[in-house]
Design a protein around this ligand. Structure first.
Ligand code: ADP
Length: 757
């Protein structure tokens, strides 16, 4: 099927596709079109990684918008990092009259501006929250795409996607649903749930050979062998990377932890380093400099060091800017090897000549040890092998140390079918939050109504009896009632005022209950640490792990600062509760450090985390403290002011006295501190103070100074003819006034946590 023959798209779109080299639809895409995706039919497309699922979604969305004037499409992404990527991809359609918007940011807004967009990109959590906040355009949707729909199987986030799809279909019974899935064991069941057609295919745009390396060769699934000898003292991975390099190819190595990703990248940098041309070396040096500039954390430095040698690591601890720099340079073949945790396997488009799945077991706390990866996960990693148009075929290689392991790996992964997708909805934490939202948003007002709504979920499709659903529903309703989030009268169930607020704030009801109890226990003014600890105790915060030795450290801290903590310390004999309390304290201490101007690299070092983690904790704390402020206000708890201040401090990463200054755009935590030390202590001072003093505190950077003065509303912000007052530069100034330091950086790292602000 030729793209030129497609009808029903906005004028110019088929030509545009052709100009991108998409002249002929891939077979699964053609099947999808035949199944009616361009006429509004729902479809589950279960096809391998990299075989063009995005275009299936685009054809459906564009024709839906074209068909129904004012029609609207929603594209649900599994990860926030993918939202902006997808938006950028879809923005090329703006030229043909299709407007695109991405909805990120706070959970509690209804995103009214999105009403004017034709295509909207958002995570399932964000869509869920938009529904809870009554975004009016939700009812105008004509097409919704669920990317990576097999993730409904994810115990943590799957239920949100599942319930969100059920709600969207309930609001709009004619809704077209396009569900994109990896190849899974039971795509037919997913299709049945969504009342959708099914396209299921193993077709790939480029051949994939999967094999196991053992001894001195890779043994492939097609029976062929490729000799890759391993020198004595050499590691298998190094030999395989080297072998790919000899042919001018790149490798993607999957490992099971961040630490392993960093260590492997460091080792493999020794291999890639030898293969670089002078030109590549120069380009890489530049890239390394850019990476260093992203943040001043140790991770930044470590990444820059390996990148200079042509290698990189990739994991969730990286700042988003790091990630995109690494992905871009890998696609441009400047970086020759990337060592990644499985985050990269999902979604990000980074094809590579050879994929090496080094670790096929990963530590799993619940499992209590090393657990083999799912077939689906390993297949997704393998699917990253082979760059269409560049490589003759892709190679995916698992590693075995002995013949038995080789047999096991063939059995377990190479020949194996991927698992079936199973709903994880019927678990209490998921039901707690979704049942409250279901009642609060008016989808049901009785026990019967709730059960009827739940009939629309995959869970119901997959289980015959309602027994389990009824049991969880009853337990959860009791919980919600006891905590004052719902009221029952006769047969009817309604959300209370506070229940509505909790649902709109997107809090787990258990988090809300914890916060409310904590704030009620306050005697006097709570301290920031007390408040940070409170929100870190909630299930909405991912706490830091306690490492060896931490138990003692934080037990000591706990008793030292017990008077600040809200609520009473659990008994040390209650192991689980006490550990949880300490882990929350460790996390709270990180936040307190951040809000006390401890430098980012000290924090990452002290807590053994990456800059991306600090960013994550800070953002979550901001959200939870914002929610706490609202709850405190609504319940008249009299703590709103203290909560707001603790929130502002963590938001800007500054001590109390800098709050006024740090709120000015362009200032940030380090500049605020230097201005303060130079005697410029407030916004009013910024408007009045001697410009030479301000300029000196900003290390002589005139543009920056002017921008800041403009932002604070100074009448004449111009720095022309102003000289920095050398005497007023503050105590920490290293750079000479009037001069910028190497690379145009003033050492500010104003972007505080990577490109986080
Ligand atoms: P998936 O989402 O299935 O992993 P993508 O949609 O990212 O895969 O597609 C992988 C690559 O294939 C993209 O670079 C895309 O531009 C390209 N592509 C998709 N369809 C075609 C086609 N029909 N002809 C040529 N290239 C295509």
């Amino acid at each position: 099927m030729k793209t030129a023959d497609l009808t029903g798209l906005p004028p110019g779109v088929p030509e545009r596709l052709e100009s991108e080299g998409i002249e002929e639809l891939y077979p699964p895409q053609a099947e999808a079109v035949e199944a009616g995706i361009m006429e509004g039919e729902s479809l589950v497309a279960s096809v391998p990684t990299a075989s063009g699922k995005t275009l299936i979604a685009e054809l459906a969305m564009l024709s839906a918008v074209e068909r129904e004037r004012g029609g609207k499409a929603l594209y649900i992404v599994p990860l926030r990092a993918l939202a902006s990527e997808k938006k950028a991809e879809f923005e090329r359609w703006e030229e043909y009259g299709i407007s695109v918007g991405v909805s990120t940011g706070n959970y509690e807004s209804s995103g009214e501006w999105l009403a004017s967009r034709d295509v909207i990109v958002a995570t399932s959590e964000k869509v869920d929250s938009l529904v809870r906040n009554g975004a009016p355009w939700i009812s105008e949707l004509s097409c919704v795409v669920a990317d990576e729909v097999h993730l409904v199987d994810d115990g943590h986030r799957g239920p949100t996607l599942e319930v969100t799809l059920a709600k969207l279909r309930r609001i709009n019974p004619d809704l077209q649903v396009i569900a994109l899935s990896a190849t899974v064991g039971n795509a037919d069941e997913v299709a049945e749930w969504l009342d959708a057609g099914l396209v299921r295919s193993d077709w790939r745009p480029i051949d994939l050979k999967t094999g196991v390396h053992y001894g001195n060769a890779i043994n492939f699934d097609d029976g062929s062998q490729r000799e890759v000898p391993v020198e004595s003292g050499e590691r298998q991975t190094a030999a395989l990377v080297n072998d790919t390099l000899d042919e001018g190819g790149s490798s993607l190595v999957f490992v099971n932890s961040r630490r392993n990703a960093e260590a492997a990248a460091k080792r493999l940098a020794g291999v890639t380093d030898r293969a670089l041309t002078r030109g590549e070396r120069n380009d890489l040096a530049e890239l390394a400099e850019e990476i260093r500039g992203v943040s001043d954390a140790e991770t930044s430095d470590a990444l820059a060091r390996v990148v200079a040698k042509g290698a990189a690591f990739h994991h969730a601890g990286l700042a988003p800017r790091h990630r995109s720099l690494v992905e871009g340079a890998f696609r441009d073949r400047l970086i020759k090897v990337v060592c990644a945790t499985p985050t990269l396997a999902a979604g990000v488009n980074t094809p590579s000549r050879r994929v090496i799945v080094r670790d096929w077991r990963r530590y799993d706390g619940e499992f209590g040890g090393m657990k083999p990866l799912n077939v689906l996960e390993v297949h997704q990693m393998c699917g990253r092998a082979g760059r269409p148009g560049l490589d003759p075929y892709g190679e995916a290689v698992l590693l075995a140390k002995d013949a038995d392991t080789m047999d096991e790996l063939f059995e377990r992964y190479v020949w194996a079918e991927p698992e079936a997708v199973r709903s994880k909805l019927a678990a209490e934490p998921a039901m707690r939050t979704h049942l409250l939202a279901t009642v609060a948003s008016g989808f049901a007002n009785s026990r019967e109504g709730i059960l009827e709504f739940l009939e629309r979920t995959l869970y119901a499709t997959q289980t015959d009896g309602r027994a389990r659903l009824e049991q969880v529903t009853d337990a959860v309703l009791d919980y919600l009632e006891v905590n004052g989030f719902v009221e029952r009268e006769g047969g009817s169930i309604a959300a209370t005022g506070i229940g509505h607020t909790v649902s709109r704030l997107y809090l787990d009801p258990m988090s809300a209950a914890e916060i409310i109890d904590g704030l009620r226990a306050v005697d006097g003014d709570p301290t920031p640490l007390g408040l940070y600890h409170l929100v870190c105790r909630t299930p909405d915060m991912y706490q830091l792990y306690l490492k060896s030795g931490d138990r003692e450290t934080y037990t000591e801290l706990c008793y030292e600062r017990e008077s600040e903590l809200l609520g009473s310390v659990p008994s040390e004999f209650d192991d689980v509760a006490f550990e949880d309390w300490l882990a929350a304290l460790k996390t709270a201490k990180l936040l307190e450090d951040w809000a006390s101007e401890v430098s980012e690299d000290r924090i990452t070092d002290r807590y053994g985390v990456g800059p991306g983690d600090v960013r994550g904790k800070v953002e979550t704390a901001e959200w939870l403290l914002g929610a706490a402020e609202q709850l405190a206000g609504e319940l008249d708890l009299g703590t709103s002011v203290a909560v707001r201040e603790a929130k502002k401090r963590v938001e800007y990463g500054v001590c109390e006295e800098l709050l006024d200054l740090a709120g000015v755009r362009g200032v940030g935590r380090k500049r605020a501190r230097r201005l303060y030390e130079a005697g410029v202590e407030s916004r009013a001072d910024l408007r009045e103070a001697d410009k030479s003093v301000i300029l000196a505190a900003l290390r002589g950077r005139k543009k920056t100074a002017e921008r800041i003065l403009e932002n604070v509303g100074r009448r004449d912000p111009s720095m022309d003819d102003v000289d920095a007052d050398a005497a007023a530069g503050g105590t920490t100034t290293g750079g000479r006034p009037g001069e910028s330091r190497g690379g145009g950086e003033d050492g500010e790292g104003q972007a505080s946590l990577g490109d986080f602000r």
